[in-house]
Design a protein around this ligand. Structure first.
Ligand SMILES: Cc1cc2nc3c(=O)[nH]c(=O)nc-3n(C[C@H](O)[C@H](O)[C@H](O)COP(=O)(O)O)c2cc1C
Ligand code: SF4
Length: 367
């Protein structure tokens, strides 16, 4: 049997295999951010489908940091009981689940929140630019908000926490010189730009304990003018590793350019599009590396594992179309994921209808 389907332990978590559902905003939470029965059912479907580790959608630590409508929240203790029902249901089906904790910063959507965004620096052309530039006290309050959300996540029964440090969201904004123009202790050289997330990690640990698994999803590079480079991202990763981060999920690009979610992946060469950076991370780090971005073929994932590109393989769009993909592969049907990577599923999502595979629906309608 493929090594990818053997049970494994990541940061003390026993996982059934090396496949991860990457964080995916489903647009199925209630307007107040609570978990709905429909959303819970989607997670149960992923657990039944054999995903080793499920990562939730981006989940706001403070309501002013919402980036999307109908997004999950964990900004106060009232969210805990609903999420406890969700994690219990996932565990009943032998699944494991991490919550992705997030604040959108300059990408916060004031039309959704009705609140003034907080930003690190003003950068023209972004929704949140009309917002308020954070003071040092605001940054301390933000660190506390992330850490309190981590405490709630543990109380709600999550197996792990993932800090959202990718795709242009607040933690990526701290790391990225394209967004972070600050001249105080949180801006400038990469050590300063990493300071806030290091403080978040330390404070989270003080609330959930040193042994509780904390991961980060981060950009290998931003692929935008003046953005984070692979070299600086690796420097930040080394500091995070020294501070006790448990694993790194490696992505890249931003929601602004769409590079994080590439279209038209028609060959194995186009798959796993952050693989080169992943190899560099694997060579320089000891923490597990989870590779995301365009993974569609089982033989390629196996090859990348054998050749030391990554320890775990994470997918988003393939599981929208096929929540049972891992079970299908494990049962011996090794054909590639049927997702066409055309991003058509974003249409109904943006229109407020929740996520589903548009291609699948069109095929069903044709009969
Ligand atoms: C509909 C949709 C929603 C997404 N929501 C999130 C999110 O909430 N948090 C996140 O870190 N990434 C999010 N992503 C990015 C994915 O996790 C992943 O990094 C990207 O889609 C590339 O992986 P894939 O080729 O397997 O889809 C989203 C992607 C899609 C298509
Ligand atoms: S609409 Fe379906 S096929 Fe297209 S990207 Fe989304 S999940 Fe994949």
């Amino acid at each position: 049997m493929s090594k990818l389907f053997q049970a494994t332990t990541m940061i003390g978590m026993k996982l059934a295999n090396r496949f991860v559902r990457s964080a995916t905003w489903e647009g199925l939470a209630a307007d107040d951010g609570t978990c709905t029965p429909e959303l819970k059912a989607r997670y149960v479907e992923l657990a039944k489908g054999g995903v080793g580790l499920i990562i939730t959608s981006h989940t706001y630590v403070r309501r002013d940091g919402m980036g999307s409508p109908r997004q999950l929240g964990l900004s106060d203790d009232t969210f805990i009981p609903g999420l406890r029902e969700m994690t219990d249901a996932i565990h009943r089906h032998n699944g494991r689940v991490a919550v992705e904790l997030s604040h959108a910063g300059i990408l916060s959507n004031p039309k959704v929140t009705g609140l003034t965004p907080v930003v690190l620096s003003k950068v023209d052309g972004y929704a949140g630019s009309e917002g308020r530039v954070m003071t040092a006290e605001d940054i301390q309050a933000m660190i506390e908000a992330f850490a309190q959300a981590a405490r709630r996540a543990k109380e709600a029964g999550f197996d792990a926490i993932q800090i959202h440090g990718a795709h242009g969201f607040l933690i990526n904004q701290f790391l990225s010189p394209a967004f972070n123009k600050r001249t105080d202790a949180y801006g400038g050289v990469i050590a300063n730009r990493t300071a806030a997330v290091l403080e978040i990690l330390a404070k989270m640990k003080s609330y959930v304990g040193n042994d509780f698994p904390i991961l980060i999803k981060m950009n290998s590079e931003d692929l935008m003018d003046g953005g984070l480079t692979v070299d600086e991202s690796l420097q930040a990763a080394r500091m995070l590793q020294a501070a006790g981060i448990g694993a790194i999920e490696l992505s890249g690009g931003t929601v602004v350019t769409g590079d994080h979610c590439r279209k038209d992946i028609d060959s194995e060469d186009q798959e796993a599009y952050w693989r080169k950076a992943a190899k560099a991370f694997k060579e320089k780090l000891t923490v597990p590396v989870i590779l995301v971005g365009g993974i569609r073929s089982l033989p390629l994932a196996e090859k990348l594992y054998e050749e030391g590109y990554a320890d775990y393989f994470s997918m988003s769009r393939p599981f929208i179309r096929e929540p049972g993909l891992v079970a299908r592969w494990a049962a011996g049907d090794r054909r590639k994921a049927t997702c066409l990577s055309d991003n058509l599923c974003r249409g109904p999502l943006m229109a407020g209808g929740g996520i589903y595979c548009v291609v699948e629906k069109q095929q069903e309608q044709k009969g």
